[in-house]
Design a protein around this ligand. Sequence first.
Ligand code: AMO
Length: 427
Amino acid sequence: MKISEIKPGKVEFQGWIENLRDKKNMQFVVIRDLSGKIQVTVVKAEHPEIAEIFSGATLESTVKIVGEAVANEFVKLGGIEIIPESVELTSHAEALPIADDSSIDQRLDYRWIDLRNPARTLIFQVETTLNQAMRQWCIDHDFIEVHTPTLIGASSEGGSDVFEVKYFETKAYLIQSPQFYKQMAMAAGFERVFINTPVFRAEKSHTKKHATEFSGFDVEMSYVESQEDVMKVEEQILTYAISKVAEKHGAKVKELLGVDIVVPKLPFPRISMKEAYKVLRDELHMNIKDGDDFNTEQEVALCDYMEKKNGHQFFFVTEYPSDKRAFYTMAKPDDPAYSKSYDLYFKDVEITSGAQREHRPDVLRNQIVSRGIDPAPMNDYINFFKNGCPPHGGFGLGLDRLIMLLLDLPSIKEAMYLFRGPDRLTP
Ligand code: AMO
């Protein structure tokens, strides 16, 4: 049984030795499982064989215990103690190489020990609920889930941040996003799809928000008129999923991580790039020209401005300059220097890129060529759009970034079960 289910009477349970006080005549042992902790009390004279097992046991060893749970008002842990009849040591723990206050990199070396801390386990309980709710929203709204390969013959985002792998006598790449596959689903008539997949970026960035492998949550939908249709779906998915997290884990997150889960209000605030340039220049007195990318300082200033102005932790930036976006993005027909694209910011970090896509194969090919990308390896992708394909759009969200921000974690390393970065391929 789980420790949290223990009531007075006969019990059998397993767990970790969290604490052990070995007195002259008595032993007080705290056993922990995922659900809670309980005290085991041993009277040495009555059970010398059990006392001997505990005397030789180390902290964090695991045990199986059969005994009687009895109420005892002096026991701090729930007013119940276990009088054991038999104890079996199921594993022996060597001295722990890390403590709670070890550096993050030391802790990652021994992640299996690090994650035993209930505050860290909670991160993954939250992620389970969040991801499940995002999927549920999609399923409830007629999305089809597709499982896509992580090996690909051509770079899906352009650029150099792609891992190359030896593939028999030829080369393959690890996907930077399932972009091509989700767009193919639109050509296949699936109308609405979502994909949960690992994605890879060969970026040597050592920041709190970069990993070389992370979990993507991707959505693509047909018959969109602009990025606005995609943004409406994304804000609903997030509001629903965060409300589920607040409902299920809000109190525990506050207790163990000291963080309030704020369920965002709909709609999320929006600002176009053209408006953002004006705000940065006229109100925040920063030096930026129309068509530029934000530098980090400008990005932080804009996030700060939007949060203060709207009292909202999320906001969309829309209609980026076309030449700053990936080749598959549709340009605005009335103003082709700008595109039908968006990013979503949460607190001060970008968590999503999205857009309406260019679904006309001839225009798409031109966009590829005009970015200096060799169109030959893209032929399979361009072919998707040659046999009829509705206008479509979608977004890609970084799940690990979302968790990091939702729980105010200092780095994406804490948000990922196993972090992968430029200097880390283990454990
Ligand atoms: P983009 O390249 O913006 O867009 O990636 C989408 C989201 O993925 C997350 N992300 C990362 N997370 C951790 N470490 C990284 N190195 C990293 N890089 C990106 C971010 C980001 O917003 N195909 C498009 C999406 C689309 O248009 O549908 C794409 O991949 O949260």
